[in-house]
Design a protein around this ligand. Sequence first.
Ligand code: NAP
Ligand code: SF4
Length: 675
Amino acid sequence: MPQYPHMLAPLDLGFTTLKNRVLMGSMHTNLEELGDWHRIAEYFAERAMGGVGLMVTGGMAPNKEGGVLPGAAGLFTDQDIANHKIVTDRVHAAGGKIAMQILHAGRYAYNHHAVAPSAIKSPISPFPPAELDAEGIEKQITDFATSAKHAQQAGYDGVEIMGSEGYLLNEFLVTHTNKRTDEWGGSYSNRMRLPIAVVARVRDAVGPAFIIIYRLSIIDLIPNGSTWDEVVMLAKAIETAGATILNTGIGWHEARVPTIATSVPRAAFSWLTKRLMGEVAIPIITSNRINTPEVAENILADGAGDMVSMARPFLADSQFMAKAAAGKADQIAPCIACNQACLDHTFAMKTSTCLVNPRACYEVELNYTQTANPKTIAIVGAGPAGLATALVAAERGHRVTLFEAANQVGGQLNMAKIIPGKEEFHGLIAYYTRMLEVHGVTVHLNRRITADGLAGFDEIVIATGVIPRDPQIKGQDLPNVLSYIDVLRSNAAVGARVAIIGAGGIGFDVAEFLTQAGQSPSLNLAQWKAAWGVGDPLQTAGGLARNGPQPEASARQITLLQRKAQKLGKNLGKTTGWIHRAGLAMKGVEMLGGVHYEGITPDGLMISTGENHENPRLLEVDTIVLCAGQIPERTLADTLSAEGIAAHIIGGADVAAELDAKRAIDQGVRLAAGF
Ligand code: NAP
Ligand code: SF4
């Protein structure tokens, strides 16, 4: 009996069988836009070899007006079809199956040709869409069908029709965006005509033996979204129209509720899929914040879906399924749902990759080949940079010794893991700890190694990280002043009224930490739903709670400050910064930019504003926490340099500015790949 019997069970679709119950959900990596088809094929083939049941590509536009961006990829020409055939051939040779997602962005299209049911601009796009006329609607249906036919010609096993997340088909469904008075608007049976017509026409185009997945918005999380009855009605109609599988989508992109960020509890929306089970005979896929085999297995065992969709976990580890099947789940690199290297890159028009796995989307150029010349390698510092270097070097056959001054590995990850909403970091540290064992790295904890101790190693890597920047504020040595390390590492006592100096990643983290009194909402679904105003589409159309967000009261009165006169948290992640800002605002955290720190007294923090230090005022607080950035810890590096001993300096010890685990890990693995 395998350890995950539900997850690893095959799924018979009649004309074809999926080898297990896991779908690699669609992710837009920007790879397609690069046009390097060998690289794209390698990316998908590696995941097919890892054993996932079915994969879905990033969204392909059915036509120019439906493209997410100008020049969005799609299957328009014979050359496009031939290019995609390179991918499908490789996936099939690797024993996998792959469907192509057809995504019509509707009013979210970031281009001047955007179309929608009604000419209503979305709050997240600068382009007002044109209202489709009857002919235009017919064209969209035809283009979906043509795109599906092209996908079939390109060798895909199926298509996924994107019907959720607030894109075109979703926009037709709800009165929030569909104000039409013709046969495509008004009653729900009119509003749902377009998705049904698209599925039916696609089925006609591709014949019976081709997978059609329809991605259904199961909770819109916007005002005037779909009701539960409408969701069920549509599911049934989509089944009748010829879909093979129903996938589910959560929330429109404009929703002000986080749906995939790390602070969202695991499997937070599977209760909705569970309710839909039995309403249709075709398989239903549940999605969002599923990132371990255990979570997937429990969902399926609980009857909350016939399949699970995981997307980002396959960036973090292409061998997720193979490792789970082999009883090596503790060796799966975990997706921590940070979005830092995947979605944030997509939005920045960069190629996606993964914070914990910089090989993701770089399978062609970054490989950890076995070395023919094993070296002895000393790595100083077991934070993300040191750990990543150690694992890759050891995996390649080098003999690695890791020295760490603290009593545990993880470095700054150990501070991150105690922040409410960042619990996934526990899993990342556990993974690193396990992999050090698997790869036979010699680890010395509580060992502040000196230059003498490094003699004799072939390579020396300095990954000693960072130390806090001294902000040199008058009065900062008073007992009412703490550093973030005192708060997050040493659990120092913090008063009821707090000023946080510095509003970077750490200032925000400290604010989250100090506002939370009891259990983190990320570990308590009911509490999290209440905090973000997630209700039930049975009660309100769209599923927003009637009484709005009801966060718990803050444990403290907090003021977060910075000197720059700009929005606080501006440099936080593109897709997650708003969540941190909104979360703290809901807790009543005051955010002050453009301040000068005039000094600290036993009564609080004196600040002023303006060029001439105007409006001096005392913030009466009990504790001031310094989160004023960090500088490289280079003591050992400098000693080695003075003694003429060569060393590689990486991570925060190299450059502290704008340091994050993404850069540290990337630098580490690339260094180790070259040893
Ligand atoms: P940071 O992001 O560079 O922020 C430093 C803050 O300190 C800024 O708000 C800056 O604002 C202020 N500051 C700089 N010099 C100052 C001075 N001399 N006096 C007073 N204030 C000063 O650094 P950080 O907060 O330390 O964050 C970096 C770390 O955060 C990294 O280790 C990263 O891994 C981690 N992290 C990242 C994220 C993320 O979302 N990417 C999240 C959490 C933690 P002003 O100069 O305007 O005053
Ligand atoms: Fe997951 Fe973060 Fe990697 Fe994206 S970058 S796949 S969210 S771990």
